[in-house]
Design a protein around this ligand. Structure first.
Ligand code: DQA
Length: 146
């Protein structure tokens, strides 16, 4: 079973991107932390980071067989309508994560076209927010009968 960790534009530079806002943890480190969180369930993590909305849409379309997803859409939260449509068709639970507390920032960040479709949203807790999302997905995805 594979958990999709999907990060949108500008999140490939985590660690050196405005560390005062986004912290110093890299995306590879986050992927490792998420993987550690779900290892006991036997899940592996596929970490996908793409800067283009079309590429993200395709990434979601190609991964309907994953168990669930953690999605940080970056600025596509604001107007990413085609990413929203892709996630609306994604048949598994997914959680939206933002490292920074978008509510404490510029007003253009106070809107997400994705949040209403997410199982839940984690905002402002930095890199550990991804681990918390992984924990929540463990609860949201039923354990198959053995
Ligand atoms: C972000 C918040 C967005 O507003 C911003 O455009 C990002 C990162 C976050 O993780 O805090 O790229 O999604």
């Amino acid at each position: 079973s594979t958990l999709l960790l999907l990060n949108g534009p500008n999140l490939g530079t985590l660690g050196r991107r405005q560390p005062e806002i986004y912290g110093t943890t890299t995306l590879d480190e986050i992927a490792g932390q998420v993987a550690a969180e779900v290892a006991d369930r036997g899940w592996t993590v596929e970490s996908v980071q793409l800067d283009g909305e079309g590429e993200l849409v395709r990434a979601v379309q190609d991964r309907y067989d994953t168990v669930g997803a953690i999605v940080n859409p970056g600025a596509l939260m604001i107007h990413g309508w085609s990413l929203r449509d892709a996630l609306a068709a994604y048949p598994r639970p997914w959680i939206e994560v933002h490292l920074s507390n978008v509510w404490a920032r510029e007003s253009f960040r106070h809107e997400s076209v994705l949040s209403a479709l997410a199982a839940g949203v984690i905002v402002g807790l930095g890199a550990p927010g991804y681990r918390l999302a992984a924990r929540a997905l463990l609860d949201l995805v039923p354990v198959p009968d053995s």
